[in-house]
Unconditional design. Structure first.
Length: 399
């Protein structure tokens, strides 16, 4: 039985739903929409209908808003690529554990893919109490419809209170798809997550208005409360290989025949700069004065075995590629050592690096805001200080 209801008196035969259906489950017969067995109640057609002729009895605003007390537990979607867990998901498991402890509820990991049983054990070692394990060849490569419909079905059945995903390309795609069908709120790109001690709501903090303020967003009337979190905002938890948890095998929501999009090829982009994983970053800003100035920065970074970062001004000026940009619209980084050279320290830059373990700022303006977050500040010309530091490190490291 198809799950979608079509009100034939309201339908105007516009075909909007036919185009919106990712599964080809809708067609027009005698100028009226008709649904077949391929429908998985994903809800993609509901928003496309201009006359509200479509209805999913279990979906809609009423679904998300009803009986909030029935929702309990914290969930994390564990992203994997070619069978390897994304470090962003491990960070999410660490946060999920912390939030679950604060709410005194269980942490559930959702592991989708093919031949991914090893990831269920990993998820437990990083804090999950329970794992939904959905293993199917159709899930080997990420695709929105089968991943989203499987998670939507799980949410409808098990009703989590909080659902977290990493703000990776896939996480952003999946979280939006799941939240829109479930009619619930989603805060994207969070940099902070806490539990309101009085109301128990998830406090989701993220930069807003161009990064000029930090907004804390709540989702009081709908469930689950959903958030994506940027990479490297939170520390990686330490694995406890002795932890025990429950692994529940789950069937995928869509059969191979129902999936109309197919991954033809996947090309792994050569990551020119791996800022996210660098333990040391030497960053240059407008103060480096041009592309040649970055050579001074690069020499120090190479000597320390680190990566080169930059402010957006340097990227906008065309001195260095976007892959190096740190900040609100660039990468979030959390290295052991961040050396900011000729960077003033505007809030949008700080949003991407202020949780670095040790920050060293080199700036000729003693009033530069970067000094407010720096552990060590050096006031002076970077073209004197950086080469001098490079020389000193060379002597120390090669003694
Ligand atoms: C929506 C939005 C998103 C943004 N996203 C980002 C982002 O992701 N990342 C980001 O970085 N910015 C971002 N910005 C831009 C941000 O507001 C700042 O404009 C930018 O960070 C400034 O870069 P800067 O510090 O290199 O340049 P400036 O602010 O011009 O600072 C240059 C600094 O270099 C110092 N200096 C100059 N010469 C020397 C020298 N010889 N030796 C030592 N010090 C010297 C100066 O004293 C000055 O403090 C964003 C802005 C907006 C509106």
């Amino acid at each position: 039985m198809p799950l979608l209801e079509i009100d034939k008196d309201k339908c105007i035969g516009c075909g909007g739903c036919v185009e919106a259906c990712p599964l080809g489950a809708l067609s027009l017969v005698d100028n009226l929409a008709v649904v077949d067995e391929k429908c998985t109640a994903c809800g993609a057609c509901l928003l496309a209908c201009p006359v509200h002729a479509l209805n999913l009895p279990e979906a809609g605003p009423q679904e998300a808003a009803k009986d909030l007390a029935a929702y309990s537990g914290v969930w994390v979607w564990v992203e994997q690529f070619h069978g390897k867990t994304g470090s962003i998901s491990v960070e999410m498991l660490g946060q999920g554990r912390r939030l679950a402890d604060s709410r005194k509820v269980a942490l559930t990991a959702c592991v989708l893919g093919h031949n991914v049983e090893h990831i269920t054990k990993e998820a437990i070692s990083f804090g999950a109490d329970r794992v939904f394990w959905v293993d199917d060849p159709t899930l080997a490569a990420y695709s929105t419809a089968p991943y989203a419909s499987t998670l939507i079905n799980l949410v409808r059945e098990y009703k989590p209170e909080i659902f977290l995903m990493g703000a990776s390309s896939r996480g952003r795609d999946l979280a939006g798809s799941v939240a829109s069908v479930l009619y619930t709120g989603l805060t994207a790109d969070c940099t902070g997550l806490e539990i309101d001690p009085e109301k128990g709501l998830l406090l989701q903090t993220r930069p807003a208005f161009g990064g000029n303020i930090m907004a804390t967003i709540i989702c009081p009337n709908n469930r689950p409360q959903m958030a994506t979190v940027r990479h490297r905002v939170f520390e990686m938890p330490v694995a406890d290989l002795k932890r025990q948890g429950q692994v529940i095998p789950i069937k995928t929501a869509m059969s191979a025949e129902q999936i109309t999009t197919h991954v033809v090829d996947s090309i792994l982009e050569k990551d020119e700069v791996n800022l996210a994983d660098a333990r040391i970053i030497v960053s240059g800003g407008r103060g480096v004065g041009g592309p040649a100035g970055f050579e001074t920065i690069r020499k120090l970074a190479e000597l320390l075995g680190g990566a080169v970062g930059s402010s957006r001004s340097a990227v906008d000026a065309g001195w260095i590629s976007y892959a190096h940009q740190v900040g609100q619209t660039g990468r979030t980084v959390r290295p052991d050592l961040y050396i900011a050279c000729g960077i003033s320290g505007q809030i949008q830059h700080l949003a991407g690096m202020k949780t670095s373990r040790v920050i060293v700022a080199i700036n000729k303006n003693p009033e530069a805001p970067i000094f407010n977050v720096a552990n060590y500040g050096i006031v002076g010309d970077l073209f004197q200080i950086v080469p001098a530091l490079t020389e000193q490190f060379k002597n120390k490291l090669h003694k």
